[in-house]
Design a protein around this ligand. Sequence first.
Ligand code: SF4
Length: 195
Amino acid sequence: MWVSEVFYSIQGEGAHMGRPAAFVRFFGCDLDCDFCDEPLHKTQKHRMSPKAVVEQLLGWPVRFVILTGGEPSLEDRNLFIGLLHSHGFEVAVETNGYEPDNIGTADWITYSPKDWDHIKTEPFYDELKLVCDIHSNKAQVLQIAALSKKPVFLQPKAQTDLLVSLANAEFCRQLILEQPKLRLSLGLQRFLRFK
Ligand code: SF4
């Protein structure tokens, strides 16, 4: 497997926000978003066997692992997820929705679509995450929330200028107050600047 990094931290997003977790960041993505804040997935890659990754994960006290990227579903990860399960890991995946079948055996899937005009409607995910800034289409967010059968988290885009980030957070706050089906995902690692 091509892996950018394996590390231990705290989940900063979505329903598991605040929970300690190990992370496996896969190399590569099918998209090239101009706002991408995970540049390592483009520049750093190590060839690692699934067994070597599991051995590294077992060195930490947590048995909750998040597969992220880049885009984890570029390749079939189900054998790897099975290996993680066999070692007692609960497995979550963060995906842009590229190929849901490739991660179908995960315990928790966060769907973070980048093209809001083509959101997948089949229920392969457990939570939907929309990264918003003050220019996001408010009506579209409300429509997506109204249609979704799963929780929809709004995550303010964290930018270099803290005041801009706080304005994005206020945009999300106002929408959540308007549509109580929405939830706030702060992206703690961006706002608090931890890994
Ligand atoms: S889908 Fe995610 S990882 Fe891929 S380029 Fe876009 S923001 Fe970056």
